[in-house]
Design a protein around this ligand. Structure first.
Ligand code: SAM
Ligand code: SF4
Ligand code: SF4
Length: 335
């Protein structure tokens, strides 16, 4: 049954954060001063169980769900994640099932993820130089080589692979060409993401944003003119370009070129709230419904009424919003 929000946007994608914990402390996402040892992470019983997550997916299938992405926090930290993937694959044989990860644990899990039915991984990597990488991820334990090894294992296991890079002014601009070269060499697509004002803790300022246009200018100096590609489907957030030689670069320009008009994503937080925008202040509690015994039909009705009321277009309105409300943290609802 057709389901659209107030701007005629369907619900095609569900992003599911399966944990709010992470083994990195990226300064733009989980700055250590806010996510230190005293931070109150969710207790195990607060997290949606795999059965509960699968019920939400099942409830959304009749309303047109096409794609599920597992994220976090760092999703590979959650125990037995392959069990969840196999459960989702079983209820939605035709779903596109993807996962976003920082890549540290990918080497260990790639084959199991593929065998459980995962289609694709997006690996976040912001630098090829160890010093820049470690400063951005605020870690001393891992290196870009670890992540590249994870990527190579994922490719060998038969997973589709993309790389995501957040670009911050004066921090990793010099890494753009190095990262592009590593991806071109492997024939995988890299998507450059404009630094966003997600959450309340990263002290975002517009001056630290490097626009997609500026990144394209730098890439064109190395690769020649970039030719825009047609979107593969409505709701594609990355604007894709190809070089003459066929290398693909994507740009997620949610600050300088927002794409709210095509936003078909709902987000399920680790503790079972449904958010209709990355920048929402408030979620809609599905865990309460599930734990009161709601079956998938009841859940489907509840989600339908949430989506039909959806009016979000934060990125389009960003510059004119007079009073910003506190936003949910990215690690909580998943990027
Ligand atoms: N831990 C996993 C990872 O890093 O891939 C999954 C969760 S992470 C929140 C998902 C994506 O959000 C990552 O690609 C990350 O770079 C991106 N992200 C986090 N904070 C961001 C910000 N302030 N601006 C732009 N992208 C951000
Ligand atoms: Fe962790 Fe991913 Fe956020 Fe970095 S971006 S702190 S890896 S959740
Ligand atoms: Fe979608 Fe909200 Fe981002 Fe706009 S700001 S694209 S509505 S998540």
């Amino acid at each position: 049954m057709r389901l659209v929000d107030r701007h005629e946007r369907p619900l095609h994608d569900l992003r599911i954060s399966i944990t709010d914990r992470c083994n990195f402390r990226c300064t733009y996402c989980m700055p250590r001063e806010h996510f230190g040892p005293e931070h109150d992470f969710l207790k195990r019983e607060a997290l949606l169980t795999y059965e509960e997550i699968t019920t939400v997916v099942r409830a959304l299938l009749p309303t047109g769900l096409r794609k599920v992405r597992l994220t976090g926090g760092e999703p590979l930290l959650r125990r037995d994640i392959t069990t969840l993937i196999a459960m989702i694959r079983q209820v939605g044989p035709d779903l596109d099932v993807a996962l976003t990860t920082n890549g540290v644990l990918l080497k260990r899990h790639a084959v199991g993820l593929r065998e459980a039915g995962l289609d694709r991984v997006t690996v976040s990597l912001d630098a090829m130089d160890q010093t820049v990488f470690q400063a951005m991820a605020d870690t001393t334990q891992h290196t870009p080589d670890d992540i590249m090894e994870g990527i190579d294992h994922a490719l060998s296991a038969g997973l589709g692979v993309k790389v995501n890079t957040v670009v911050q002014k004066n921090i990793n601009e010099e890494q753009i060409l190095k990262l592009a070269a590593a991806c071109v060499e492997r024939n995988i697509s890299i998507r450059f993401i404009e630094y966003m004002d997600v959450g309340n803790t990263n002290a975002w300022v517009f001056d630290e944003v490097v626009s997609g246009a500026e990144i394209r200018r730098r890439l064109a100096e190395q690769y020649g003119a970039l030719i825009p590609e047609k979107p593969k489907h409505k709701g594609e957030v990355a604007r894709r370009y190809k070089t003459k030689a066929g290398a693909e670069f994507g740009f997620i320009e949610s600050v300088t070129n927002p794409f709210c008009g095509n936003c078909t994503r709902a987000r399920l937080s680790a503790h079972g709230s449904l958010y209709t925008c990355l920048f929402s202040s408030k979620g809609n509690d599905l865990r309460g419904l599930l734990r009161m015994g709601a079956d998938e039909a009841a859940l489907s009705l509840a989600i339908r009424s949430i989506w039909e009321r959806r009016d979000d277009r934060y990125s389009v309105d960003r510059a004119t919003i007079e009073e910003h409300q506190p936003k949910v943290e990215m690690s909580f609802i998943g990027g």
